[in-house]
Design a protein around this ligand. Structure first.
Ligand code: FES
Length: 170
Protein backbone atom coordinates (compact mmCIF):
# COMPACT_ATOMS: atom_id res chain seq x y z
CA UNK A 1 0.00 0.00 0.00
CA UNK A 2 1.40 3.42 -0.87
CA UNK A 3 1.63 6.21 1.67
CA UNK A 4 -1.28 7.97 -0.02
CA UNK A 5 -3.43 4.82 0.19
CA UNK A 6 -2.53 4.32 3.86
CA UNK A 7 -3.43 7.92 4.65
CA UNK A 8 -6.70 7.63 2.74
CA UNK A 9 -7.56 4.43 4.65
CA UNK A 10 -6.77 6.14 7.97
CA UNK A 11 -8.79 9.22 7.03
CA UNK A 12 -11.82 7.06 6.26
CA UNK A 13 -11.99 6.14 9.96
CA UNK A 14 -12.45 9.76 11.09
CA UNK A 15 -15.44 12.06 10.86
CA UNK A 16 -13.37 14.85 9.29
CA UNK A 17 -10.16 15.00 7.24
CA UNK A 18 -8.61 17.35 9.80
CA UNK A 19 -9.03 14.72 12.53
CA UNK A 20 -6.82 12.36 10.53
CA UNK A 21 -3.75 14.62 10.55
CA UNK A 22 -2.08 12.84 13.50
CA UNK A 23 -2.35 9.30 12.06
CA UNK A 24 -1.39 10.65 8.63
CA UNK A 25 1.77 12.19 10.09
CA UNK A 26 2.65 8.91 11.78
CA UNK A 27 2.26 7.09 8.46
CA UNK A 28 4.38 9.69 6.65
CA UNK A 29 7.08 9.58 9.31
CA UNK A 30 7.24 5.80 9.13
CA UNK A 31 7.65 6.10 5.37
CA UNK A 32 10.25 8.89 5.30
CA UNK A 33 11.98 8.60 8.71
CA UNK A 34 11.22 12.24 9.46
CA UNK A 35 8.92 15.01 8.28
CA UNK A 36 10.58 17.71 6.19
CA UNK A 37 8.47 20.55 4.78
CA UNK A 38 7.81 18.83 1.47
CA UNK A 39 6.37 15.78 3.26
CA UNK A 40 4.19 17.94 5.50
CA UNK A 41 2.82 19.66 2.42
CA UNK A 42 2.20 16.32 0.74
CA UNK A 43 0.26 15.13 3.81
CA UNK A 44 -1.80 18.34 3.77
CA UNK A 45 -2.50 17.93 0.06
CA UNK A 46 -3.53 14.27 0.41
CA UNK A 47 -5.93 15.15 3.22
CA UNK A 48 -7.06 18.34 1.52
CA UNK A 49 -6.53 20.38 4.70
CA UNK A 50 -4.75 23.65 5.42
CA UNK A 51 -0.97 23.22 5.44
CA UNK A 52 -0.68 25.30 8.61
CA UNK A 53 -2.80 22.72 10.52
CA UNK A 54 -0.32 20.01 9.56
CA UNK A 55 2.69 22.18 10.45
CA UNK A 56 1.16 23.06 13.83
CA UNK A 57 0.79 19.42 14.88
CA UNK A 58 4.11 18.27 13.43
CA UNK A 59 6.04 20.94 15.30
CA UNK A 60 4.09 20.71 18.59
CA UNK A 61 4.42 17.01 19.46
CA UNK A 62 7.84 15.54 20.23
CA UNK A 63 6.85 12.25 18.62
CA UNK A 64 7.11 13.97 15.24
CA UNK A 65 10.55 14.80 13.85
CA UNK A 66 10.91 17.56 11.31
CA UNK A 67 14.68 16.98 11.26
CA UNK A 68 16.41 13.65 10.57
CA UNK A 69 17.05 11.55 13.69
CA UNK A 70 19.54 8.78 14.38
CA UNK A 71 18.70 5.12 14.25
CA UNK A 72 17.91 5.25 17.98
CA UNK A 73 16.18 8.36 19.25
CA UNK A 74 16.91 8.73 22.96
CA UNK A 75 14.17 10.90 24.45
CA UNK A 76 14.95 11.54 28.08
CA UNK A 77 12.19 13.05 30.19
CA UNK A 78 13.40 16.07 32.14
CA UNK A 79 10.15 17.07 33.79
CA UNK A 80 9.79 17.40 37.55
CA UNK A 81 9.40 13.77 38.66
CA UNK A 82 12.24 12.56 36.48
CA UNK A 83 14.44 15.54 37.35
CA UNK A 84 13.95 14.84 41.07
CA UNK A 85 14.95 11.22 40.45
CA UNK A 86 18.22 12.04 38.71
CA UNK A 87 17.42 12.87 35.08
CA UNK A 88 20.01 15.67 35.06
CA UNK A 89 22.79 13.23 35.96
CA UNK A 90 21.57 10.85 33.26
CA UNK A 91 21.60 13.64 30.69
CA UNK A 92 25.15 14.63 31.64
CA UNK A 93 26.18 10.98 31.38
CA UNK A 94 24.58 10.57 27.95
CA UNK A 95 26.14 13.77 26.64
CA UNK A 96 29.57 12.66 27.87
CA UNK A 97 29.41 9.07 26.65
CA UNK A 98 27.88 9.94 23.27
CA UNK A 99 30.06 13.02 22.80
CA UNK A 100 27.03 15.01 21.80
CA UNK A 101 24.64 17.50 23.32
CA UNK A 102 20.88 17.27 23.54
CA UNK A 103 19.25 17.99 20.21
CA UNK A 104 22.18 16.49 18.32
CA UNK A 105 22.90 13.22 16.54
CA UNK A 106 26.13 11.27 16.92
CA UNK A 107 28.39 11.45 13.85
CA UNK A 108 27.78 7.75 13.12
CA UNK A 109 24.04 8.47 12.90
CA UNK A 110 23.29 5.93 15.60
CA UNK A 111 21.88 8.09 18.40
CA UNK A 112 19.89 11.31 18.58
CA UNK A 113 19.62 12.71 22.09
CA UNK A 114 16.62 14.81 23.10
CA UNK A 115 14.91 15.87 26.29
CA UNK A 116 11.13 15.75 26.34
CA UNK A 117 8.20 16.72 28.52
CA UNK A 118 6.51 14.23 30.86
CA UNK A 119 6.14 10.85 29.18
CA UNK A 120 3.24 9.94 31.48
CA UNK A 121 5.24 7.28 33.30
CA UNK A 122 6.27 9.24 36.41
CA UNK A 123 5.78 6.15 38.62
CA UNK A 124 8.96 4.69 37.09
CA UNK A 125 10.94 7.94 36.90
CA UNK A 126 13.46 8.65 35.58
CA UNK A 127 12.24 7.54 32.17
CA UNK A 128 13.61 7.56 28.65
CA UNK A 129 11.78 6.64 25.46
CA UNK A 130 13.74 4.89 22.72
CA UNK A 131 11.68 4.48 19.59
CA UNK A 132 8.36 3.07 20.81
CA UNK A 133 9.80 1.61 24.04
CA UNK A 134 9.89 3.13 27.51
CA UNK A 135 12.80 2.46 29.86
CA UNK A 136 12.07 3.36 33.49
CA UNK A 137 13.80 3.38 36.87
CA UNK A 138 16.96 4.35 35.06
CA UNK A 139 20.31 4.85 36.69
CA UNK A 140 23.78 5.09 35.15
CA UNK A 141 24.31 1.31 35.21
CA UNK A 142 20.98 0.62 33.48
CA UNK A 143 21.65 3.33 30.96
CA UNK A 144 25.06 1.87 30.23
CA UNK A 145 23.53 -1.57 29.68
CA UNK A 146 20.81 -0.09 27.47
CA UNK A 147 23.32 1.72 25.25
CA UNK A 148 25.36 -1.45 25.02
CA UNK A 149 22.33 -3.46 23.89
CA UNK A 150 21.36 -0.81 21.34
CA UNK A 151 24.89 -0.77 19.92
CA UNK A 152 24.87 -4.55 19.80
CA UNK A 153 21.53 -4.42 18.03
CA UNK A 154 23.06 -2.11 15.46
CA UNK A 155 25.89 -4.58 15.00
CA UNK A 156 28.44 -2.15 16.28
CA UNK A 157 31.24 -2.58 18.80
CA UNK A 158 29.63 -2.90 22.21
CA UNK A 159 32.39 -1.02 23.91
CA UNK A 160 35.08 1.43 22.96
CA UNK A 161 37.42 -0.66 25.13
CA UNK A 162 39.42 -3.27 23.21
CA UNK A 163 38.14 -6.78 23.90
CA UNK A 164 40.37 -8.77 26.27
CA UNK A 165 42.68 -11.05 24.32
CA UNK A 166 42.96 -14.70 25.34
CA UNK A 167 46.32 -15.43 26.93
CA UNK A 168 48.73 -17.84 25.22
CA UNK A 169 47.79 -21.49 25.71
CA UNK A 170 44.01 -20.87 26.03
S1 FES B 1 8.02 13.57 34.74
FE1 FES B 1 9.12 12.08 33.62
S2 FES B 1 7.57 10.64 33.06
FE2 FES B 1 6.49 12.18 34.11
Amino acid sequence: MTMREEIEAAAARYPSRRSAIMPALLIAQKEHGHLPGAVLEEVADILGVERIWVYELATFYTLFHTEPVGRFHLQLCDNVSCMLCGAEDLLRYLEAVLGTEKGETTPDGLFTLSTVECLGACEVAPVMQVGDDYHGNLDIARLEALLESLRAMAGQAVSAEPAPQPSAGE
